[in-house]
Design a protein around this ligand. Structure first.
Ligand SMILES: [Zn+2]
Length: 74
């Protein structure tokens, strides 16, 4: 057997991880629609819908298409 250099050596990461200066803001949670709130707690998880105007996500158990915050249709 010949001696070989261990190739599985883990090299230390060069310096601390730098975060990008412009991190995108996390989307706002606009909450459930009134209709879904009226339903009460259910086993199914609500569907998230993106709202361009609020730049956030609202949730509904139904096939609603209107943001509960600004009323915009997406
Ligand atoms: Zn909205």
């Amino acid at each position: 057997m010949t001696e070989q250099p261990d190739k599985s050596v883990i090299l230390p990461f060069p310096g601390p991880r730098t975060r990008p200066a412009k991190a995108p803001a996390p989307p706002r949670n606009l909450g459930l629609t009134p209709l879904s709130k009226a339903l009460g707690p259910v086993a199914l998880s609500p569907k998230g819908h993106w709202c361009d105007r609020c730049e956030g996500i609202w949730y509904s158990h139904f096939g609603e298409a209107r943001c509960p915050v600004c009323g915009s249709k997406s």
